[in-house]
Design a protein around this ligand. Structure first.
Ligand code: AMP
Length: 447
């Protein structure tokens, strides 16, 4: 299925294309038609499945096709999230998807930061408000927010909201909205409590569900970038610079590949070091200490070297090359999203690795959202080559037999001259410079 088949407005399709999305994820394919039809929805989907676009795109379509009458300044859509990090992320997605709908404004309110800038933003009459419940109620009690015009309510990560004790706040918020509205509820699990909540406020809901994540941490946002093998290095540099990633663990398949990549990244102005079995223990310890102190921004490691490293809870893990064994993927991405903080796991996947990707998705029992970044799209004429010591596909025809010693050990080392310039519009992987990096997720609500 293509995005163009979903009946979304051209301005929305344009923004989706600029994000690099080609096909809707399963939750999007199921949820978008339901929301467009105006029905209530109960969606079972975790972060990383593309659920944000699943509700945001049809909501924007509704707002664009049924504009607010002149003079009406009331908020039309409310998205409630459990944490400020998620609120900021969702609002950033709303902004990205509405970039060609200049009349549709959104804003976000959450606790832990000053309330006055939020009051000013609310005065500008946004149509979409993303909020955490506690701060929203603060605004309501100060009469700096008016929810009487809400047409669509989204409860995002409803299970976490219940876990965090927000149920009474949610009910209070609901009492401030018109009873007749469209309701969308997303939850990673469907416990008895969630069903109860759904029963009280959803009316004849359609229910959509995507396969649950298996072993991979719930908090890891996984993403595949399809790219040619020769352009991986430039894409990685682009991603690190564009998003301001400051602590990235990058996995390569070979020691040689790790060395070459670390050198090239350093040359590109990104302080990096390689860690692998050929390095002395002293060199490894030094590199690790600098990485932890943020003096080194990138550590390039092989699977075996990484196993002995005492590093976890990293914001970003990059699979520069997919591992030959699918289970290693789960170990690699397990370095991020720990201790309740969110993490991103990005995989750069070239044509040689499509079978490895399939193996990983089979193990996870879910598809990983995959995208192509403008300027880095793979050239369809490039044929798959066997991966040394791996099970790469050859020519897309099932699994090829690896030809030992013939591959491109450290294929990523070889960059292509005249690579695309950085700075073109690309997808976001979370708010850069926003509250994400500083916030914490546990500990109840932030007012
Ligand atoms: P979410 O589950 O909404 O947090 O989304 C997870 C990630 O998937 C985000 O980084 C999105 O940018 C990305 N994403 C969402 N929809 C698509 C799509 N159709 N194709 C590729 N990536 C997507």
């Amino acid at each position: 299925m293509l995005f163009t088949e979903l009946g979304l407005a051209p301005e929305i399709l344009l923004a989706v294309g600029e994000q690099g999305y080609v096909t809707p994820t399963p939750i999007q394919a199921q949820a978008i038609p339901v929301v467009l039809a105006g029905r209530d929805l109960m969606g079972c989907a975790q972060t990383g499945t593309g659920k944000t676009a699943g509700f945001t795109l049809p909501i924007l379509n509704h707002l664009a096709t049924k504009p607010r009458p002149a003079g009406n300044r009331r908020i039309r859509v409310l998205v409630l999230t459990p944490t400020r990090e998620l609120a900021a992320q969702v609002e950033e997605s709303v902004q990205a998807y509405s970039t060609h709908l200049p009349n549709i404004r959104s804003t976000v309110v959450f606790g832990g930061v000053g309330i006055n800038p939020q009051i000013s933003a609310l005065k500008k009459a946004p149509e979409i408000l993303v909020a955490t419940p506690g701060r929203l109620l603060d605004h309501a009690s100060q009469k700096t927010v008016d929810l009487s015009g809400i047409e669509i309510l989204v409860l995002d990560e409803a299970d976490r909201m219940l876990d965090m004790g927000f149920i009474r706040d949610i009910r209070r918020v609901m009492a401030l909205m018109p009873a007749k509205r469209q309701n969308l509820l997303f939850s990673a699990t469907f416990s008895e409590e969630i069903r109860e909540l759904a029963g009280t406020f959803l009316s004849n809901p359609a229910s959509v569900e995507v396969a649950k994540r298996n072993t991979a941490s719930e908090l890891v946002r996984q993403q595949v970038y399809r790219v040619d093998r020769e352009k991986k290095r430039d894409l990685l540099i682009h991603l690190i610079k564009e998003h301001g990633w400051h602590q990235v663990l990058v996995f390569t398949r070979t020691k040689h590949g790790a060395n070459t990549l670390a050198e090239k990244l350093t040359k590109a102005g990104i302080e990096s070091a390689a860690i692998h079995g050929n390095k002395s223990q002293a060199a490894r310890t030094r590199a690790l200490a600098s990485f932890k102190d943020l003096k080194l921004h990138v550590l390039v490691a092989t699977d075996i070297a990484a196993r002995g490293l005492d590093i976890e809870d990293l914001p970003h893990v990059v699979n520069y090359e997919l591992p030959n064994v699918a289970e290693d993927y789960v170990h690699r991405i397990g370095r991020t999203g720990r201790a309740g903080s969110e993490g991103d796991a990005v995989s750069l996947v070239c044509v040689d690795e499509l079978q490895l990707l399939k193996d990983i998705e089979r193990l996870l029992k879910r598809e990983i959202p995959s995208l192509m970044l403008p300027g880095f799209e793979p050239d369809p004429s490039i044929r798959a080559e066997p991966i040394p010591n791996g099970r790469g596909s050859t020519g897309g025809q099932g699994r090829g037999q690896p030809r030992q010693g013939q591959g491109r050990a450290g294929s990523g080392g070889g960059g292509r001259p005249g690579a695309p310039a950085a700075g073109r519009g690309g997808p976001r992987s979370g708010p850069s410079g926003g509250p994400t990096g500083t916030g914490h997720r546990s500990g109840g609500r932030h007012r």
